[in-house]
Ligand binder design. Structure first.
Ligand SMILES: [Zn+2]
Length: 196
C-alpha cells in the first residue's frame, strides 16, 4: 500500500469495498428471504459491515483495501455449522425420542426433521437416531414394543422420504443443495460447501 495515499481516498476506497459486500449480501437476502436462517445470517453480516464502516480507522481501511474481499471475509468468518438443539427437540417430543437418542442435525434440516417427527408422533415408535450420515439425514425409528405392521410401514416411509429430501437441501441453511466436490460427503448449497 502506498503510504502517501491521502486518507480521504483511502477511506473512500475501503467504504466502496464494504458497500459492495453489503450490496451482495442484501441481494442474496432478497433471494433467500429475510425470515430464513440464511436471511438471518446475512442480516447479521450486513450489520457487521455497517459497524465496520462506521468505526473505520486507517489501519483497518488499509487492510480492507490491501486484501480486498479477504479482509472483509475474515471479519465475517462463518461460524461452525449451527445444529438443531437436541434438548429442545426432546422437550417438544418427550415420548418420541429414545432416552439415549442421537440427534446431530444441521439447522438447515430443521424443517425436514420436524416433519418427520410429526409424521410418526402418534405411532407406537421411538426415534433412536436422527443424524447426518453419508451426506443425508439418517433416521432410525424402532418400535416401543413389537412392530405393528402399520407403524412399520409409516416408519419406513418416513425414514426413506426424510433421507431423500435431505439430499436436496443444504444442511447449513436450508436452501436447495448444489453439486460440488464436497457433494459425496455433505449436502450443501454452493455457498456452504466448506461449512462443517
Ligand atoms: Zn447453504
Amino acid at each position: 500500500m502506498d503510504p502517501t495515499i491521502p486518507p480521504a481516498i483511502l477511506f473512500g476506497l475501503a467504504r466502496d469495498i464494504l458497500r459492495n459486500e453489503m450490496g451482495k449480501r442484501i441481494e442474496q437476502r432478497r433471494s433467500v428471504g429475510r425470515d430464513t436462517p440464511e436471511g438471518a445470517r446475512l442480516t447479521k453480516e450486513i450489520s457487521t459491515l455497517v459497524d465496520l464502516g462506521k468505526d473505520l480507522d486507517e489501519a483497518t481501511a488499509k487492510q480492507i483495501i490491501a486484501a480486498g474481499r479477504a479482509a472483509v471475509d475474515s471479519k465475517l468468518m462463518p461460524p461452525k455449522m449451527a445444529r438443531v438443539d437436541a434438548a429442545e427437540i426432546r422437550e417438544h417430543h418427550p415420548r418420541l425420542l429414545a432416552d439415549d437418542a442421537q440427534v446431530w442435525v444441521g439447522a438447515g434440516w430443521r424443517g425436514i426433521l420436524d416433519e418427520a417427527l410429526a409424521a410418526v408422533k402418534d405411532r407406537d415408535v421411538l426415534v433412536r437416531v436422527a443424524r447426518e450420515h453419508c451426506a443425508g439425514l439418517h433416521l432410525i425409528i424402532g418400535p416401543k414394543a413389537d412392530w405393528l405392521e402399520t407403524d412399520f410401514d409409516v416408519a419406513a416411509e418416513v425414514t426413506e422420504r426424510t433421507w431423500s429430501r435431505s439430499l436436496q437441501v443444504c444442511e447449513t441453511c436450508g436452501c436447495p443443495s448444489a453439486e460440488g466436490p464436497w457433494s459425496r460427503y455433505r449436502t450443501r448449497c454452493a455457498e456452504h460447501g466448506e461449512v462443517r
